[in-house]
Design a protein around this ligand. Structure first.
Ligand code: VG1
Ligand code: CO
Length: 579
């Protein structure tokens, strides 16, 4: 095959956000659009990292993935890449890509050095919805800001890209290696089973035998909803074949390019079927709901954990996993190196870290910030309020890992007494609150807000920070029962490993009683702006930890909306989604 040099001109707005470049499919299918971004990525990585490299290319299987895989393969060949690895049918969950980079050995003994992950994660898919692409590095984690900024710079000046138009399309449906010879030597494409490397890794972390005992016990019932995302490519193999769950416990586990028309985001709003099955829906089923339920997003890095008629907040989930990891999960038996959370995530994890005397870190939103800590051996377990939980077994958050972690904790708590009354998800959470106190928590999302209005709201909130007495006056005028703001700032992160600084990572209002209000603009949307408002209140008094979350938080919510003039700026009287 031959290499062609194609002339091109820059597109506006190819700046990777919190997790890669995400745009409407209509934007991505424009001639040269994907090509420009891929070439900019190669340029940013530099020839040294690209020539001779082995790169993984796969994703959550959303609409346009197959075409993108063919284009990237041809561009890789033209840029001197030595091997391309593709999960069968182009499917690899985001955590599986990370595992494949770190663990997999190719048929010829090769190791991967990076990956293009094709996903827009929890955003809907299909011809009128979203597509996305991001680059992951040799440690298996998302490219750090230093690289993503360089990629963006290249997209603004790009004049040419390289491609091998006559390289035949790869058959991504069957496992095997195809060898090609180009002007600069051999180029191989290896299609491999999407699940086996990941399953092997999970088996090395968890005690599958004890989870199997739990899942096959008549006392325990289980349900997993992949929302038609890529988790479906793993769910049957792991939960049914390996762990003995009933096949009927899997919901929406066939990956679809449009996620069955749904919104593949595992929360109480979008995982409707699971929520109903767990007895949490409006039309609550009469039947006895399962003891445990979980869901994943499109690329299977997120998780939602539910008990029978019970929701576990993601902030609590990571804290509970951290508190129980050493006893319940063999991988952590030697102890935790440290724990970390993203800034807007509740401080439930902080309390556990303090009790257990663990190193603790607070990083900006987005998984790329955890990677450095993990590479430096400073962090074992980490999580985000946005349904992301994970550990240093890879460098991405990991939806199925989180489910296995919870099943491990349940198996451990029920060890030797599966015949007695089951210790439930709800029991574990309530026990945790009784020990550590409870962080009431909620997030309000205002999606597709006018970008100008969103900026004005944020600017207003920053300005207000210069006069806390004015802010407190406003607050007292709204609710006299809410405590005072004692500190307010824009979160800035100083990476303790490489010294890099990330500023403007969210506006914080910190209250005297430990409550927090945080305002951020989303970096994953593809249209307009999304304002996220995070609301948190800590309650230590055991007699007050059993309240309904929305009731406990009502005063603080009222304050947040008035303080930010939310309706005035956005014209919205209610958020799009509450999680
Ligand atoms: C959101 C979440 C963030 C998460 C990111 C990627 O980002 O808030 O916590 O890391 O999505 O998750 P933002 O900038 O929209 O708030 V995923 O599953 O979309 O890769
Ligand atoms: Co995701």
């Amino acid at each position: 095959f031959n290499v062609s040099r194609i002339e091109t001109t820059p597109f506006d707005g190819q700046k990777p956000g919190t997790s890669g470049l995400r745009k409407k499919v209509k934007v991505f299918v424009q001639p040269h659009y994907l090509e420009n971004f891929v070439q900019a990525s190669f340029n940013a990585l530099t020839e040294e990292k690209v020539r001779g490299a082995t790169l993984v290319v796969s994703g959550d299987g959303r609409y346009y993935s197959e075409q993108a895989i063919q284009i990237i393969t041809k561009m890789a060949a033209a840029n001197g890449v030595r091997r391309i690895w593709i999960g069968q049918n182009g499917l690899l969950s985001t955590p599986a890509v990370s595992a494949v980079i770190r663990e997999r050995v190719g048929v010829d003994g090769s190791k991967a050095t990076g990956a293009f992950i094709l996903t827009a994660s929890h955003n809907p898919g299909g011809p009128n919805e979203d597509f996305g692409i991001k680059y992951n590095m040799e440690n298996g984690g998302p490219a750090p800001e230093g690289i993503t900024n360089k990629i963006y710079e290249y997209t603004t000046t790009i004049k040419e890209y390289f491609i091998t138009p006559d390289l035949p399309n790869v058959d991504i449906t069957s496992v095997g290696v195809t060898n090609f010879t180009g002007p600069e030597g051999p180029f191989d494409v290896e299609v491999f089973d999407s699940a086996s490397d990941y399953i092997k890794l999970m088996k090395s972390i968890f005690d599958f035998e004890s989870i199997r005992k739990l899942l096959t016990s008549p006392k325990f019932t289980f349900c997993y909803d992949a929302l038609h995302g890529v988790a479906g490519a793993y769910a049957k193999r792991i939960f049914v074949d390996e762990l003995g769950a009933q096949e009927s416990s899997l919901l929406n586990c066939i990956p679809k390019e449009d996620f069955g028309g749904g919104h593949p985001d595992p929360n109480l709003t979008y995982a409707k079927e699971l929520v109903a099955r767990m007895g949490l829906g409006k039309s609550e089923s009469q039947n006895d709901p399962p003891e445990f339920g979980a869901a994943a997003d499109g690329d299977a890095d997120r998780n939602m954990i539910l008990g029978k008629r019970f929701f576990v907040t993601p902030s609590d989930s990571v804290a509970i996993i951290a508190a129980n990891a050493v006893e319940a999960i063999p991988y952590f038996s030697a102890g935790l190196k440290g724990v970390a959370r993203s800034m807007p995530t509740s401080a439930a994890l902080d309390v556990v870290a303090k009790h257990l005397n663990l190193k603790f870190f607070e990083v900006p939103t987005g998984w790329k910030f955890f990677g450095n800590l993990m590479d430096a051996g400073m962090c074992s377990v980490c999580g985000e309020e946005s349904f992301g939980t994970g550990s240093d077994h890879i460098r991405e958050k990991d939806g199925i890992w989180a489910v296995l972690a919870w099943l491990s904790i349940l198996a451990y708590k029920n060890k030797d007494k599966l015949e007695d009354k089951l210790v439930t998800v709800e029991d574990i959470v309530r026990q945790h609150w009784a020990t550590y106190g409870r962080h009431y928590y909620t997030r309000y999302d205002y999606e597709n807000v006018d970008a100008g209005a969103a900026k004005e709201l944020m600017a207003y909130l920053v300005k207000l920070q210069s006069s806390l007495s004015e802010a407190n006056q406003i607050i007292k005028g709204v609710r006299s029962d809410v405590s005072n703001v004692v500190n307010a700032d824009e979160f800035e992160y100083n990476d303790p490993v490489d010294g890099s600084i990330s500023s403007h990572q969210g506006i914080r209002y910190l209250f005297e009683d430990g409550s927090r209000l945080i305002f951020r603009l989303s970096g994953t949307g593809s249209e307009g702006a999304t304002i996220r408002l995070y609301i948190e209140q800590y309650e230590k008094d055991p007699s007050k930890i059993g309240r309904l979350s929305h009731e406990a938080l009502a005063p603080l919510v009222e304050v947040a909306l008035k303080l930010s003039k939310m309706e005035e700026f956005t014209g919205r009287s209610a958020p799009t989604v509450i999680t």
